[in-house]
Unconditional design. Structure first.
Length: 298
C-alpha cells in the first residue's frame, strides 16, 4: 500500500492527513486513512506580535515530532508540510523552519498566498461542477481567504486576501483589505449570470453539518444566515454547551460565517456547495500529480 501524508500548518490549527493511494481506470485516487487536528493557534502570536512565541514554537516542534513518528509507523513514503498565513507573517518563520528540522526532522515550506490557492485548487472540484453555472470558490482559513472564479469549469481568476477568522478575532483585519476583496469579487463576477458558491474549510464544513442539508445538496444563503444569527445570539460558553462545538471552533465560526455571508451578499450568490475538502486534500492531490500521474507505479 502506497501512503502519502499532508501537513497543513494553519493560523488556527495544524493538521496531518495520512492517505492511502490507489489506482483505477480513471487514474490515481486517495482514501483518507487518518486525520489529526491540533489547535495550536499560531495566528494569535503572528498577527498581533509578528513573532511566534517560544512556547508556541515548542508546541509546534512537539506536534511535528508526533506527526513524524506517526508517518514512520504508517509507512508514509512522501509528505509535504506547508505553513500558511501565520508563518508568512511571523518575523521568525525561517528560524522556526530550522528548529523544526533539527527537532523533528520534518521539512516545512512557508507558502505564498497564490501557492496556497493553487494547492486548494489541486482538489479539482471543477470536475464535478455544472458547466452551465459559474462559481466563486471560497476557502476561509485563520489568516487568509482564498478566492477563485470558475467559468465553464475553468478557473479564470484567483487571489488570496489577508482576511481570516483569527485575524478578525484579533482585530487585525484591515478595512482596505475588505475593500480590495469586494472590488476584486465584483470585478470578476459582474458579467456572470447564475453564480453559485463553493465553500471549503473547517468552519463551513461544520456549518453544513449543523444545517442538516442532504450530502451533495447546496447550503442556501438564508439557512446560513439563520445559523449565523442563532450562533451569534449565544455566548461563547453557550455555543460550546448548546451546539456542542469545540472551544477552538466556537469562536472562529462567527467570523467565518461573516466572511461567507458577506461574499455571498456582494455577489448575489443564493446557495453554496460544501465539498468536504481542504488544504490537506489539495496537498495529497498535488503529491499524486507531481509523483504519480506520469509514472507507472501500480
Amino acid at each position: 500500500m502506497l501512503r502519502y501524508a499532508a501537513i497543513d500548518i494553519g493560523s488556527n490549527a495544524v493538521r496531518l492527513l495520512i492517505a492511502d493511494i490507489s489506482k483505477d481506470d480513471e487514474g490515481f485516487k486517495f482514501k483518507k486513512n487518518t486525520l489529526i487536528r491540533v489547535p495550536l493557534r499560531l495566528g494569535d502570536d503572528a498577527f498581533l506580535d509578528h513573532h511566534i512565541s517560544d512556547k508556541k514554537v515548542g508546541d509546534l516542534q512537539k506536534t511535528m515530532l508526533a506527526f513524524k513518528n506517526l508517518m514512520d509507523v504508517y509507512g508514509v513514503s512522501k509528505y509535504l508540510a506547508c505553513a500558511t498565513s501565520a508563518m508568512r507573517e511571523a518575523g521568525n518563520g525561517a528560524e522556526i523552519i530550522k528548529k523544526v528540522k533539527e527537532y523533528a526532522n520534518v521539512d516545512l515550506e512557508i507558502i505564498e498566498g497564490q501557492r496556497e490557492a493553487n494547492i486548494i485548487y489541486a482538489n479539482h472540484i471543477e470536475e464535478n461542477l455544472d458547466a452551465k453555472k459559474s462559481y466563486l470558490y471560497i476557502d476561509v482559513g485563520g489568516g487568509s481567504t482564498e478566492l477563485s472564479v470558475f467559468v465553464n469549469k475553468v478557473p479564470v481568476a484567483s487571489k488570496s486576501f489577508d482576511i481570516g477568522t483569527i485575524r478578525i478575532l484579533d482585530n487585525q483585519d484591515k478595512e482596505e483589505t475588505w475593500d480590495d476583496m469586494r472590488n476584486w469579487v465584483k470585478e470578476h463576477t459582474k458579467d456572470l449570470k447564475n453564480v453559485a458558491g463553493i465553500g471549503t474549510g473547517g468552519n463551513i464544513n461544520k456549518l453544513f453539518r449543523m444545517s442538516e442539508e442532504k450530502e451533495g445538496m447546496p447550503l442556501p444563503y438564508l439557512k446560513l444566515k439563520g445559523l449565523y444569527n442563532s450562533l451569534n445570539s449565544h455566548s461563547l460558553k453557550e455555543r460550546i454547551s448548546i451546539f456542542g462545538l469545540n472551544p477552538d471552533r466556537a469562536d472562529v465560526i462567527i467570523p467565518a460565517s461573516e466572511i461567507f455571508i458577506t461574499l455571498m451578499k456582494w455577489t448575489g450568490i443564493k446557495q453554496i456547495y460544501v465539498p468536504k475538502v481542504g488544504m490537506v486534500d489539495g496537498i495529497i492531490n498535488l503529491l499524486i500529480e507531481e509523483n504519480l500521474t506520469n509514472a507507472s507505479y501500480l
